[in-house]
Design a protein around this ligand. Structure first.
Ligand SMILES: Nc1ncnc2c1ncn2[C@@H]1O[C@H](COP(=O)(O)OP(=O)(O)OP(=O)(O)O)[C@@H](O)[C@H]1O
Length: 263
């Protein structure tokens, strides 16, 4: 479903600030695969998601979604195929619009042009049903402005908006990191439910190793622009955070002082 082939991305090439963020990255996700992505600061995790979403273009390599070459498509052109939730709960929703208006826009994103963006009775009843599944009482607040919601509620709404038009790929970029533990647990649970319900092919970046191990069907570890470890489901269920750190140290030849993986 997702094929990232020999992708290289360099920021400020040829200057003193040159930084190779991705080096010949090769990643293939089968339909419905849910891959968690961990790695130290600056490893290239967000850059990888930005390359998949189309926010950034690689200077080398290609990106295919569902067999279609999207390498040259801008992010808005890929929005039909790709849903994304960011770390900042404020990023995924329009605060001055109501809950139902936000949902109507998200629904339209998955469809052909020309369909009405308005909120019909049929849509409203679907929104109510979808919101009820979040168990946050938002189904009774369809006409409330999104800016009035808490961070956790907004993130839950962002997640729903990113998933309910059933994108081919779902990208989650540390989407629970800015929330308190209780809200993070809620969003984690909703993520698992929505991914399962819609059978979504998912890439989730996290700094939380427990979360990376407990969620998804596969785990990859990045370091200095490369995928240095790829753990399948069978192995993942037997792996602990300490195992991951030991593996990281072994691959890097020991002497590791970057403990960010342990967060
Ligand atoms: N827009 C940009 N301009 C210049 N350099 C960038 C840009 N975005 C990322 N980089 C650099 O590319 C490298 C990879 O960054 P990236 O944000 O992808 O890492 P990350 O694994 O997501 O890190 P973190 O866990 O700290 O968010 C870093 O060295 C970073 O400084």
């Amino acid at each position: 479903m997702l094929d990232v082939e020999t992708v290289t991305k360099t920021f400020f090439p040829g200057s003193v600030n040159e930084r190779v963020a991705l080096r010949d990255v090769e990643l293939h996700l089968a339909d419905g695969e849910f891959v968690t992505v961990i790695g130290s600061n600056g490893a290239g995790k967000s850059t990888l998601l930005n390359i998949v979403s189309g926010k950034l273009r690689p200077e080398r390599g290609s990106v295919h979604v569902g067999g279609r070459d999207v390498t040259r498509l801008a992010d808005f052109q890929r929005a039909r195929y790709i849903g994304r939730v960011f770390q900042d709960p404020m990023a995924g929703t329009a605060p001055h619009m109501t809950i139902e208006e936000n949902l109507a826009i998200a629904l339209e994103r998955g469809r052909r042009r020309g369909l009405a963006r308005g909120v019909t009775a049929a849509k409203r009843s679907r929104f109510r049903e979808e919101l009820a599944s979040l168990e946050l009482g938002l189904e009774d607040r369809l006409r409330a402005k999104v800016g009035l919601l808490s961070g956790g509620q907004r993130q839950a709404l962002s997640l729903l908006m990113a998933t309910f038009s059933e994108p081919q790929i779902l990208l989650l970029d540390e989407h629970t990191a800015a929330l308190d533990p209780q809200r993070a647990a809620l969003i984690t649970r909703l993520t698992a439910e929505l991914v399962e319900r819609h059978h979504l092919t998912t890439l989730m970046v996290t700094h939380n190793m427990e979360q990376a191990l407990s969620m998804g069907t596969r785990l990859i570890m990045m370091h200095e622009g490369r995928i240095i470890l790829d753990v399948d489901e069978a192995r993942k269920v037997r792996t602990t955070p300490a195992d991951l750190l030991a593996e990281f140290e072994k691959i890097k030849g020991g002497g590791l002082d970057d403990r960010t993986l342990l967060q």
